[in-house]
Design a protein around this ligand. Sequence first.
Ligand code: FES
Length: 153
Amino acid sequence: SRSTPLTLSVNQQTHTVTVSPGTPLLYVLRNDLGLNGPKFGCGLGECGACTVLVDGVAARSCVLPVHAVLEHEVTTLEGLGTAEAPGPVQQAFIDQQAAQCGYCLNGMIMTVQALLNRNPHPTEEQIRRELKYNLCRCGTHMEILAAVRQLAE
Ligand code: FES
């Protein structure tokens, strides 16, 4: 479909982009807004690397058309904190050295933030169930779980 000006709110800033309304949100975030926190993994909604928050709830931005978020607040990894001032979830992942290649971490962190938004003190089972569909090929799952346990205390 045709490109058209669309206004969206990302990390509490309003942006206008001229894209086709069916464009995946991930492409708009990365290509138009320069927000490279969300990663392109599978492009099929299956790996979680592209996860963002829509009104505080985790969403896979590779399969979410940009028109679906126009009336909503989008939060990306950049909205949780910066390199100089990491947010609490980012800090816990740093404390537990929960990165190897790091490609999955955007999705892990955003998914954990969404869990904590609903439930500030998740149980081990709830943490594992939440992260089950975020794929990591390096195998830092134990450090990731340690980071979330630190936050859940
Ligand atoms: Fe979106 Fe894999 S890139 S779920």
